[in-house]
Design a protein. Structure first.
Length: 762
């Protein structure tokens, strides 16, 4: 629980950032609610007609085939080609907008003017016309920094085309007002409305499809759905008519040819009967003739079907597929009919695109790929059908061969007459068969049913708007998440120590004390003047008490060493104030500045550093001469480092240092040593031989976390005996407990200057 509390406290100290973030997110949520346009869900239901052109196909089609067909029709309803036609028919690529402060208003259906593009144009990028309705005769067109007046219905030439504006019945409502006419790429608008549109089947075995579109203008949504249904039915009838016309043309051509042949054969029968005097056939001849006629009738059907297959082959092998679609008369194969219809539909789509788009346009790539795959499927289908028909034809020809050998046994004149009658019957049967198919195709073409009928007309319900409660709740959550993510990243990526918990988790070295940050602008001591009642003064008193518990309350000459990882962690400040609190109890205290490279105590106590410890160790001064009174307390003395030495580490190895500490232990109660950073030089290691307690200073927001490994190694190796940590410069409430909130009020009304920053810890 303690760790969780500290972590929460680490976040709470950034409360201004959280407050700003939540306020901004709520403000953005308000603007979102004001700017969001209401949207409407427009719906309609249609029943897709499942009736087939041929009763044979209807019988052959299974229920699964019908379900597949309905799905295919849904795919057509949601096709880009169909939606593109609706976009162009309704001129949806032209948008009329009335500018407002917070939100522009789409005035579809209530526009004062109608834009007309006189010359067809491919709009590859949007163009905006800013028009002010001047009066009922003219309007102002803003062009760059000026406005030009034009009468209605006048042809205006722009860099992207010629156009005109025609007034509507709503013109009077907009006099003096400005509207924007935005011209968009029709292809882009088609994609936009396709994303908003959906068509679904109500049930697995149902033929009812629900059409849904979401739009900010419900009347526009209804127009789109209604026109989509109309375009779907028109396209369906168009390709069915194309297939039917192809069948009629094929049958008419064959009927004309067979009629001529039949007429010729009938004349031969008449001539033969008149010249030879034969008026009737014998029973045996009639028997053979009847069997041959039946077999020939079946053979005629097979031959017609083979001709249809050949026509289909020629059509799919053609690279352009120009002309009518191939006829499927007499082919009772539902799969082939479906594929032919699909190929016809794709051909119509391509023809429509070719009317406005060059053939090398990338839009043809997917369409050409579909056409190619459909042709491949048709080719595979008709190959199997043709193989089956050829087998049947060969079998029928074998039967005819048997009948013909029997006919040869008849008398000469009778045999010749049977052959002529046989030719007549073949032509008659074929003519009747083709005439029947012609009649069926004609009836089918004249009674085309709509592909769908409307079950529910396009309608819409209430406007859909985002919920204010949900929007503001999400805004608050987002306002918390964003700064939390920032703080988490900051704490995770920060390489500096920011709380005592990080020290406790990484080290087994005990923390003897924590010191709050104090900005010492000038040499100031926590026990001087009003500072003696501050929280920091009490923290030094607590540190003094803990050190006396470690060293024992009685006895003289207790040596305390202070070191750290790097300069600037507060050793000199702690040494000076610790010496002051020790002297305040009447214990004679001396502070040694043993940082020969960058001494600080002389500046801190405002003393001279002309003579000091380096003079004594070099043998140029007596130890009594290097001791100076601190001037802040009669029991506090200072030994400065003295003049800079070129070999400070070697000075510390001299026997004079041991003699000095023996003498100091006799004459002083507390001996405090300020040493250089132990990670940079070895001085502290050498001096620690004479110390009783070693204090390692770690500074909040300054000491690197990687330094903790070094400290832990020192502790394990006993390189510094009796080692303790002082956590210095703490600015965070979470680092040394929430009690400091009350400590400020308890100890003094003058609070230490805590550095609070949202962005950095130093």
């Amino acid at each position: 629980m303690g760790n969780i509390g500290i972590r929460i406290a680490n976040y709470l100290k950034y409360w201004p950032l959280f407050l700003i973030s939540i306020s901004l997110c709520i403000g953005l949520g308000y603007l979102y609610l004001q700017a969001t346009k209401p949207v409407y869900m427009v719906k309609a239901k249609i029943l897709i007609n499942e009736e087939r052109d041929s009763p044979q196909i209807e019988k052959a089609q299974a229920s699964t085939e019908e379900t597949k067909r309905v799905k295919d029709e849904i795919a057509i309803l949601t096709s880009r080609t169909l939606m593109g036609k609706v976009v162009r028919d309704l001129h949806l690529w032209i948008q009329y907008i009335k500018p407002e402060r917070l939100n522009d208003i789409d005035i579809y259906g209530n526009t004062p003017v109608t834009f007309t593009l006189i010359e067809p144009l491919q709009l590859k990028s949007g163009h905006v016309l800013e028009v002010t309705i001047k009066d009922d005769k003219s309007f102002l067109l803003k062009q760059r920094n000026s406005s030009t007046s034009f009468p209605y219905n006048s042809h205006i030439k722009s860099g992207w085309g010629n156009w005109k504006l025609t007034p509507t019945s709503d013109l009077q409502k907009f006099i003096g007002k400005t509207i924007r006419i935005q011209l968009n790429n029709p292809e882009t608008v088609t994609d936009l409305y396709l994303d908003k549109f959906a068509a679904t089947i109500e049930g697995e075995k149902s033929s009812v499809a629900e059409l849904v579109i979401v739009d900010s203008k419900p009347n526009r949504g209804a127009d789109i759905i209604n026109n989509l249904i109309t375009a779907y039915n028109f396209a369906s009838i168009e390709y069915k008519n194309k297939v039917s016309q192809s069948t009629l043309n094929f049958l008419d051509d064959r009927l004309a040819a067979i009629a001529d042949e039949l007429n010729h054969v009938e004349k031969r029968v008449e001539s033969y009967k008149s010249t030879r005097g034969i008026t009737d056939l014998t029973s045996e001849s009639q028997f053979y003739l009847d069997n041959v006629k039946t077999n020939d009738s079946r053979l005629n059907e097979v031959n017609v079907q083979l001709q249809v297959i050949d026509e289909i082959q020629r059509y799919i092998n053609s690279p352009t597929n120009k002309g009518n679609a191939p006829s499927t008369a007499g082919i009772a194969d539902p799969g082939l009919n479906s594929l032919i219809n699909q190929l016809t539909s794709l051909g119509l789509q391509k023809d429509k695109l070719l009317a406005n788009t060059p053939e090398n346009n990338p839009v043809f790539a997917p369409l050409n790929l579909q056409i190619k795959s459909t042709k491949s499927a048709i080719y595979g289908n008709i190959t199997g059908i043709k193989r089956s028909l050829l087998t049947t034809r060969n079998q029928l020809k074998k039967y005819n061969t048997g009948f013909e050998s029997s006919i040869k046994k008849l008398p000469g004149q009778e045999r010749e007459y049977v052959n002529i009658k046989r030719q007549q019957s073949i032509k008659e049967e074929l003519y009747i068969y083709l005439l029947q198919k012609r009649e069926e195709a004609g009836l089918s073409n004249s009674s085309k049913l709509l592909e769908s009928r409307i079950v529910d007309e396009a309608h819409f319900g209430q406007a859909q708007l985002p919920s204010p409660a949900i929007t503001y709740a999400l805004a608050v959550i987002l306002g918390i998440i964003l700064p939390s993510a920032f703080v988490f990243a900051k704490l995770t990526l920060n390489s500096r120590i920011n709380n005592a918990q990080e020290i406790e988790e990484a080290l087994t070295v005990p923390i003897i004390g924590e010191l709050a940050f104090q900005n010492f602008i000038s040499p100031e001591f926590v026990l001087s003047g009003p500072s003696s009642r501050t929280m920091l003064a009490e923290q030094f008193r607590i540190l003094r008490t803990k050190l006396r518990q470690i060293n024992g309350r009685d006895g003289n000459g207790k040596v305390i060493l202070l070191t750290s990882s790097m300069p600037g962690e507060g050793k000199s400040m702690i040494a000076g104030n610790l010496g002051a609190v020790m002297a305040a109890t009447g214990r004679k205290t001396v502070i040694l500045d043993m940082d020969f490279r960058k001494p600080q105590l002389a500046k801190f106590f405002n003393l001279s550093n002309e003579i000091g410890l380096s003079d004594y160790l070099n043998g140029s001064e007596f130890k009594e001469n290097i001791i100076q009174p601190s001037l802040i307390h009669p029991d506090l003395y200072i030994i400065n480092s003295g003049p800079e030495s070129s070999n400070p580490s070697e000075l510390l190895e001299k026997p004079a240092l041991a003699e000095l500490f023996m003498w100091l232990r006799i004459h002083f109660d507390e001996i405090i040593i300020d040493t250089p950073p132990i990670q940079l030089v070895t001085d502290a290691m050498i001096i620690s031989e004479y110390s009783d307690v070693n204090l390692y200073v770690v500074r909040y927001g300054y000491t690197h976390k990687s330094d903790l490994r070094f400290i832990n190694q020192l502790y394990k190796d006993q390189s510094l005996k009796n080692l303790h940590i002082i956590f210095n410069g703490v600015t965070s409430v979470g680092s040394y407990g929430r009690k400091n909130k009350y400590a400020y009020e308890y100890y003094s009304s003058a609070k230490p200057k805590l550095r609070l920053s949202l962005l950095r810890n130093k």
